[in-house]
Design a protein around this ligand. Structure first.
Ligand code: CDP
Ligand code: CDP
Length: 202
């Protein structure tokens, strides 16, 4: 039986942290879909054509150690606005989502475009200032620049034509601005558990 948990939201909202915890708790597989766009962005920074890079993406590309870098994040949100890049990554994500045993995918368009039929949809967000502060704690650097990067990426991700970042109409909102990791994970797990119980009862 497949069971899909779709987690969307802006940068550093806590999507990955929640996705990993939900996957561990329920024994689901986890895919951080941002890594796909980061891998294409990294290839573009090396001079590759982003559409060709997306079409030829291999597991080794996702295992690169430099994908968390700030310039790669910026490049990722640039290539993510190219419809042919997005199209090349759809089939892999949908196949992952529908595997037996359950799957959690986190990204920007999982509940809206990739898995509109997902059993659970969460939209995880927090204020830009709190998100930038979290990123700065992780990566350091100039705090004002980190905040500017968060704003620029939010604008690009919500403003693009193809699969813009937005909450699905039936998504549950989890605002982590004033929520610690345990609180956010507990809220997410409660929704998943309720939906699993509902599905088992039918
Ligand atoms: O995946 P996404 O970019 O949405 O965020 P993340 O990588 O899960 O979280 C970004 C950072 O915020 C990590 O260092 C988390 O530990 C931290 N975090 C937090 O402080 N409070 C939360 N409620 C969620 C995440
Ligand atoms: O970890 P963080 O939230 O900062 O970023 P990420 O999830 O690794 O995503 C990097 C970039 O990839 C985002 O800014 C989006 O432009 C793009 N992305 C997307 O367009 N669709 C997805 N499903 C996931 C990421």
């Amino acid at each position: 039986m497949s069971f899909t948990v779709a987690i969307d939201g802006p940068a550093a909202a806590g999507k990955g942290t929640i996705a990993r915890a939900v996957a561990a708790r329920f024994g689901f597989a986890h895919l951080d879909t941002g890594l796909l766009y980061r891998a294409v962005g990294a290839r573009m920074l090396e001079g590759a054509d982003p559409v060709a890079a997306a079409r030829g993406l291999a597991p080794a590309d996702l295992a690169r150690s430099d994908l968390r870098a700030a310039d790669v994040a910026r490049a990722a949100s640039e290539v993510a606005a190219i419809p042919e890049v997005r199209a090349a990554l759809v089939a892999f994500q949908r196949g992952f989502a529908r595997q037996a045993g359950g799957a959690v995918l986190d990204g920007r368009d999982i509940g809206t475009v990739i898995c509109p039929e997902a059993e659970v949809k969460l939209y995880v967000t927090a204020s830009p200032e709190v998100r930038a502060h979290r990123r700065w704690l992780e990566e350091g650097g100039d705090a004002a620049q980190v905040l500017a990067d968060v704003h620029a990426r939010d604008a690009r991700d919500t403003g693009r034509e193809d699969a813009p970042l937005k909450a699905a109409g039936d998504a549950v909102l989890i605002d982590t601005t004033a929520l610690d990791i345990d609180g956010a994970v507990a809220a997410a797990c409660a929704h998943v558990a309720a939906r699993l119980a509902g599905k088992a009862a039918r």
